[in-house]
Design a protein around this ligand. Structure first.
Ligand SMILES: [Zn+2]
Length: 229
């Protein structure tokens, strides 16, 4: 009887500690499994730039996404979509892509588009805002390497000439898990390379040859004007 009473007292004393410990374990487990929980209304997305403390997310190889998509991932994509739509043409520039690591989530997800206004400017086909998951690319046989001007929401106020393939074959998955395998060239190929690179921790500035450099936006505009004279 005494033994039982003693055990009861000890258990009562330990209970809060045990619960606390379980709570830590559960949180750690939840974080490692889900990665995040996202409420679409209370968590507006914030762009991670390479000068912020949390920039390391931009440098990681992002996690593969599992199908079927869970609600957190679905909400993340929804919020990213909203961000791109809200950002469109805010200051006369076009948002043509956004990758999940750029908003702080290390997953192989990105959005891409060629808005109508931009397509008209370059006389190319517009591309509707779409998502691509677990994507990768490789150059096609006909592909050439070229230097193309780029900027990035995560590299503030800087532009540069990045080495890109003129034509790529890319594969990835739609939100409902359908496999996509396509060839892209021109601007679309450039956008897709830039965005897939984000999901592998690569920024456009890594693709600038040694004899070129990162420019301020003003320098970039002046340099481009000089080149097209
Ligand atoms: Zn970017």
């Amino acid at each position: 009887m005494l033994k039982k009473q003693l055990l009861f007292m000890v258990m009562n004393f330990l209970k809060p500690l045990i619960l606390f410990y379980l709570n830590i374990c559960f949180n750690t487990y939840a974080n490692s499994q889900v990665g995040f929980s996202m409420d679409t209304k209370t968590q507006p997305l914030k762009i991670v730039t390479d000068n912020l403390a949390e920039h390391t997310v931009l440098r990681k190889v992002a996690e593969d996404v599992k199908f079927p998509l869970d609600n957190n991932i679905k909400n993340l994509i929804k919020n990213m979509r909203q961000y791109v739509l809200d950002d469109e043409n805010k200051d006369g520039s076009f948002t043509v892509g956004l990758a999940a690591p750029q908003v702080g989530y290390s997953y192989k997800i990105f959005l891409y588009q060629i808005p109508k206004a931009l397509a008209m400017k370059y006389n190319i086909e517009p591309v509707e805002l779409s998502s691509l998951i677990n994507a990768s690319y490789s150059p096609t046989k006909n592909s050439k390497e070229q230097l193309l001007w780029e900027g990035c929401l995560s590299v503030l106020d800087r532009m540069g000439e990045a080495k890109r393939y003129s034509e790529i074959e890319y594969t990835g998955y739609t939100e409902d898990g359908q496999k996509i395998q396509k060839i892209a060239s021109g601007l679309l190929a450039q956008i897709i390379q830039h965005e897939i690179d984000h999901t592998y921790g690569i920024l456009f500035k890594d693709k600038i040859p040694e004899d070129k450099k990162l420019h301020s936006i003003e320098e970039a505009i002046a340099s481009r004007a000089e080149n097209t004279k």
